[in-house]
Design a protein around this ligand. Structure first.
Ligand code: ADP
Length: 348
C-alpha cells in the first residue's frame, strides 16, 4: 500500500505550480523586453513556491489533525460514555501517539475482560455440574424408597414407616442443598444486603451453642466459650454471623472425635474483634487445607454426605466474612484438630 506523505505532496504541488507560473512570468517579462526578466522571474517563482508549499502544508495539517482529534475524542467517549469527557489539551504532534497508546491500553483491557468471561464460563459449567451431581444423590434415594413403597412395600409394616422416614430425610437434605445454593448464589452475585447493627458476640455464640447442643451431645463433644462473662460488641449482620458460627461449629462436630472439645475464643483488638473456633477433631491433611473454602470441596465426600454436608458451608462462611470487609483463616493439624479465625468490626 502506498503511504501518503503530506510533506512530499506539498513540495511536489508547490514545485509544479511555481515552475509553471515562473515560466509564464519569464515569458511575459521576455515579451515586454524587460532587461531583468531573468532575475525577477526567479524571485517570483521562489516566493510562489514557498507560499504554495506553506499554504498546502497548513491545509493538510488542519485536515489531518482535525480528523485525528475527532477519533481521539470518540475513543475517550467510548472509554467513559457516561461521564462528560474532558479532552486533554495536547499538542498536534502528540495526538497520534496518544491514540496509539489508548488503543493498546484498550486492547489489553478487552483481553483481560475476555479472560475473565472465559473463567466465568468454566466456573458456570463446573457449578452446574456440581449442582446436578449434588441433587442427584438425594433424588435417587427418595425415588428408590418411594418406588419400593409403591411396589407393595407400603403393606409391609416392617419397612413402610422406615422408608417413609428415609425419604423424608432425603427431602430435608434436598432442602438444605437448595438453601445453601441460594445463599451462595446471592453472596456471589453481590445481591446480599448486609443489615449491620450492634450486638454482643458472646450472647450470639451462647445462642448457637444451645441450638446445636443435641448434635454435640450425640458425638460427646464439649462446646466451650472462653470467658463467657465478657461482652464483645461488634457491628455486623447478626443473622449472617450466626450462619458463620453455625457452619463452623456444626463442622467441628461433623468432623470431630468423640469426647473432643470445640472452643470459641473471642478477643478484643483496637478496632476489631478476633474470633477463634478451635476443635480437637480429625483435622485436615496439609495438601487440602488451602482448598477448604472452595465450593463443593470435601476432603472425604462420603463422610461429608453421611453427615448431611453440602460442600458449600465453608464457601458461604468465607463470603459472609468477606462481605463484612474482613478475612478468615484456617490452620489444621491432621489427626489433632482445626482452627478457624476471623475478625469482625468492633462496635464504636
Ligand atoms: P461440608 O458440607 O462437606 O461440611 P464445608 O464447606 O462445610 O462442606 O466443608 C468442606 C470440607 O472441609 C468438609 O467436607 C471437610 O472435609 C472439611 N472440614 C470442614 N470443617 C472441618 C473441620 N472442623 N475439621 C476437619 N475438616 C473440616
Amino acid at each position: 500500500m502506498k503511504i501518503f506523505k503530506p510533506g512530499k505532496f506539498a513540495f511536489n504541488t508547490a514545485l509544479v505550480i511555481s515552475s509553471i507560473s515562473g515560466i509564464i512570468i519569464a515569458l511575459t517579462l521576455a515579451a515586454g523586453a524587460h532587461p531583468d526578466y531573468w532575475w525577477l522571474s526567479m524571485v517570483a517563482t521562489l516566493i510562489l513556491f514557498f507560499s504554495v508549499y506553506v499554504v498546502i502544508m497548513r491545509a493538510l495539517d488542519r485536515y489531518f489533525y482535525g480528523n485525528l482529534r475527532i477519533i481521539y475524542r470518540n475513543i475517550l467517549l467510548l472509554k467513559s460514555p457516561q461521564s462528560s469527557v474532558i479532552e486533554k489539551k495536547i499538542p498536534d504532534h502528540e495526538v497520534l501517539p496518544e491514540i496509539n497508546r489508548m488503543l493498546i491500553e484498550w486492547d489489553q483491557g478487552k483481553k483481560e475482560e475476555i479472560d475473565h468471561l472465559k473463567e466465568l464460563e468454566i466456573y458456570r459449567k463446573e457449578f452446574l455440574g456440581n449442582v446436578s451431581h449434588e441433587l442427584k444423590t438425594p433424588i435417587f434415594t427418595i425415588q428408590g424408597y418411594i418406588h419400593t413403597l409403591l411396589d407393595g412395600g407400603i403393606e409391609d409394616h416392617e419397612i413402610n414407616l422406615l422408608y417413609l422416614q428415609k425419604a423424608a430425610k432425603g427431602i430435608d437434605r434436598l432442602i438444605s442443598i437448595v438453601d445453601d445454593l441460594e445463599s451462595i448464589s446471592k453472596l456471589e452475585a453481590g445481591e446480599l444486603i448486609l443489615e449491620h447493627r450492634t450486638f454482643d458476640l458472646t450472647e450470639l455464640v451462647a445462642e448457637v451453642f444451645e441450638s446445636i447442643e443435641m448434635r454435640a451431645r450425640e458425638m460427646e463433644i464439649e462446646l466451650a466459650l472462653e470467658n463467657p462473662d465478657e461482652r464483645h460488641y461488634v457491628y455486623a449482620d447478626k443473622e449472617r454471623v450466626r450462619q458463620v458460627f453455625v457452619n463452623l461449629l456444626v463442622n467441628s462436630i461433623k468432623y470431630g472425635k468423640k469426647g473432643g472439645t470445640t472452643r470459641v475464643i473471642i478477643t478484643d483488638g483496637a478496632d476489631l474483634v478476633n474470633v477463634e473456633v478451635t476443635d480437637t477433631g480429625i483435622g485436615v491433611e496439609p495438601q487440602h487445607v488451602s482448598r477448604l473454602f472452595e465450593r463443593f470441596f470435601r476432603v472425604d465426600k462420603s463422610r461429608s454426605r453421611e453427615q448431611g454436608g453440602t460442600g458449600l458451608g465453608l464457601a458461604i462462611v468465607k463470603h459472609i466474612i468477606e462481605a463484612h470487609g474482613q478475612r478468615i483463616a484456617v490452620e489444621s493439624e491432621f489427626g489433632s484438630g482445626t482452627r478457624f479465625s476471623f475478625t469482625l468490626k468492633k462496635s464504636k
